[in-house]
Write a protein that binds this ligand. Sequence first.
Ligand code: AMP
Length: 542
Amino acid sequence: MRGLMQDRPLLISQLLSFAGTYHAEREIVSRTVEGPIHRHTYADMERRSKQLANALKRLGTSAGDCIGTLAWNGYRHLEIWYAVSGSGMVCHTINPRLFPEQIRYIVNHADDRYIFVDLTFVGLMEKLEAEMPGVKGFVIMTDRAHMPQTSLKNVICYEELIAAESADFEWPEFDENTASSLCYTSGTTGNPKGVLYSHRSTVIHSMMANQPDALGLGSRDVVLPVVPMFHANAWSIPYGALMCGAKLVMPGPNMDGASIYELLETEGVTFTAAVPTVWLMLLQYLEREGKTLSALKRVVIGGSAAPRAMIETFQRKYGAQVVHAWGMTETSPLGTLGQLKAGMETMSEDEQITVQCKQGRAIFGIEMKITDDAGKELPRDGKAFGNLKVRGPWVVGSYLKGEGGQVLDAGGWFDTGDVATLDPAGYMQITDRSKDVIKSGGEWISSIDLENAAVGHPGVAEAAVIGIVHPKWDERPLLIIVRKPGSNVGRDEVLDFLKDKIAKWWMPDDVAFVDELPHTATGKLLKTKLREDFRDYKLPTA
Ligand code: AMP
């Protein structure tokens, strides 16, 4: 027997209609590429998105077309997201930190019809235009006064484009499984692969992301997504904020400590999210300038492991609760979040932080297991580590145009490429990417655990661990360190510091010091490059 409830599709445009109706006067504050801070409301955003939807029609685009964006977090980028998906087209957020040849590849692979470009990236588009023949035009996201001189053909000024249109527009209704947006993986090996989200996956993911045990967003929150909209949909925050009517603060191109601090304080931000490298810059700034944080309540750290020292500093020194999160472009991206469970409030602060160092518990909708290489499920005892597999309504089913072939196993599980433990309380801990794990004498050493332990040293800014070929053990760990400014910490001091923090046989065989570490387009350590740089490195133990 079928249920008798209404079969209404879940559509992204409904988020905008909701915010525009019930939170019309709630503000969106953006630092612009042009410089000044811009303020408007959800009512303004709804009106302007409808004008843009009319403009897209006039440009001759239609349902199913792919529209690219090359832009920072700001109010115009939000309008484009909603106008494009709301009209039944696909919003392709392009990560400008990819190599130019990767950008050219994904624009062509996705068949982008138009590209909306922040002023910052006009030069990049000029260099690539000739190699992207399918792109009919470029909309520069600014007003007439700031339009640049450019060699791009068919350039349109964003503010002129929408000013010419009426705000009279009805969002179309269609099947909730229609594609809504597209994000490519960063592709450390081979070409990036396209993850094509649907309205249904996006709305369900945002509903779950807003739950109290997940991001916990509410109408009284002031939300600053530092994580870019081109990095896995800014972890759903630009959807979740409209779903609950939170004030949105958009950082634009400036993610340095001083700029983020200024927004946090002047706008009264209660909730923010970014990768560890961003927080490292903020914490260094706060320490250097002797500043405190007055309004911030929660800070989400994800994308790479949050080091213990970072969690401790946010909570103990600045009074902001850390929520450690794990996910990937393929999981929309949220999979696990590290909120404490009932009963944990009586733990000591140190014990609580030990729990928070793990990547968190699955949110409802995500199923998760770890297996050995033969696919046999491993125990959830917090000790066994294996390949992390997930499934759920916002997990990728296949990549765009079938790239990479069949990516699910017979049971519908997606292999994340991460190696993890699951504990009896449900907390998952990433020990490595499967490609980065160090295999020493048949056993595995977690490079992430070593890195986290090393950055606990007050003189260490950032650390990476890679395996170096060893005649007896196959591989042994090499610790590579960026010192904090003014620090002259040396090899023996670091190794001594690690002694009581890691298993004896995990002790790195050597320490190398560098000025900076290579990162991927989404801010992760680029270990493929490090392995290349240190290919001929001779360990003293070899
Ligand atoms: P991306 O698709 O660029 O967001 O990358 C996803 C990958 O980032 C995951 O498969 C993990 O390897 C890594 N990752 C994300 N969050 C975390 C975290 N909290 N700790 C460790 N690794 C993480």
